[in-house]
Design a protein around this ligand. Sequence first.
Ligand code: ADP
Ligand code: GLC
Length: 484
Amino acid sequence: MHVLLATSELNPYSKTGGLADMVSALSRALAGSNLQVSVITPLYRGMAQAHPAIEATSWRLAIPLGDGLVEGRFHCQKLSPNLTFWFVEQAGFFDRPGIYTEANRDYADNAARFIFLSRAALILARHLPNPPTVLHCHDWQTGMIPILARHAQWHAGWAQPPQTVFTIHNLAFQGSFPAASWGLTGLPSDWLHLESALHFERVNFLKAGLTQAQAITTVSPNYAREILTPEYGCGLDGLLLKRYNDLSGILNGVDYEEWNSASDPALPSGFSAHDLSGKAMCKAALQRELGLPEDAEVPLFANISRLTDQKGSALILQTIRALIDAGESFQFALLGSGERALENAFGDLAQRFPNQVAARIGFDPALSHRIEAGADFYLMPSRFEPCGLNQLYSLRYGAIPIVRATGGLQDSVIDPRDNAAQATGIKFTTYSAAALQKAVLKALALWKEPAWLQHIRHNGMTADFSWEKQAAEYVSLYESVCRE
Ligand code: ADP
Ligand code: GLC
């Protein structure tokens, strides 16, 4: 079987969040299980220079988009005999400072940019010498692929397009554009209706994927249930209920080659569940790097994320302030970027309390590894969380996760109240600063019980979230859509 994955982000070439990690790790795991795997993604600014193994090919594209013809070119990197990454060059669309936004504003032509990517994915699928049997689309940016494939089958003589699978990484981002942008797709105007992409009189790319793909998945079993409710369904719960039989939740895994605490090149010292001395060195080095007092006795909490409501950033801010006011002894390190007001608020807090709080505003993958390694606890009070990867990285790196019991956080962390023997973290239910604060107070109490702390940390560090098992679930799904 040959699977083509289409994505707008791919680690380590481009990344704004977990989508990049997931598609990269899934493609490698699938290739490891002997499938033929290709991935298609844009060639963004600086990628070819940073990754000299990416080679320009002579395969050029000319894609009609609205009234114009947009040219592009495929680049390619063969990672192994059965894993190939394809990069689409289109300087006007992708050679820009940002991936989706600049100065916190969406690019005005995002509809055109990602229709172009989707059309390029279909050209690749149609003309590769060994055409894919399954085309696996990820998030709204590739949501138009299934309907474009169907049109090519019915009206452009493509006898056997691949079966399509659509994965929801985040239902809150839907790619909603004015109805006029339908013209960019080249699809007949009567193909835009409530059973395809039309949603509140706009073109909704995510809805197009959800209505047209053969199978739908999301990135945890719990989020797959949650999105059937109005609270989490972002206006698409009714549609998802209709497609209930085609919807499944498969928890993301971790790329343990990238997240290997024993051999991580970003760390000053390696460590493992059986020998934590290196972790103590990582903590001391992190405290020095962030300008916090170097102190092994004080618990270090951390958070690395997009600063938004989804991630509960405001709850973290309120909780840290309240605990400082209450005179609690702890440190907190933040790495993140996002909403300006939150960036400023964390920056102010760090300035006012330099002995307790460090805030790094920006995007820094190497620092994110050092923070996971140096931290004792990791805060993840998400309002919703389709899967979440940082709690999984935290488990492996011995930073005990404190999570809100939602989405994939519910599926991947075990609270002592549910199972003391296998506990890996601390969970709370209500999305509020008070509930988070109570959970952090539990962590502070745990810090004073070294045997308990070590038990929970050890369980987390030895828990197995490797991709092999999860990739096998995708393989069965691909096989089942191919039988249809
Ligand atoms: P989401 O995709 O919703 O942002 P995930 O937990 O799935 O959440 O994945 C986020 C990924 O992005 C993780 O790999 C995390 O370490 C990384 N990340 C988020 N913010 C930053 C940052 N400021 N610097 C470096 N890495 C970051
Ligand atoms: C999304 C979700 C996150 C998930 C990631 C990778 O960005 O917000 O929960 O882990 O995709 O699937």
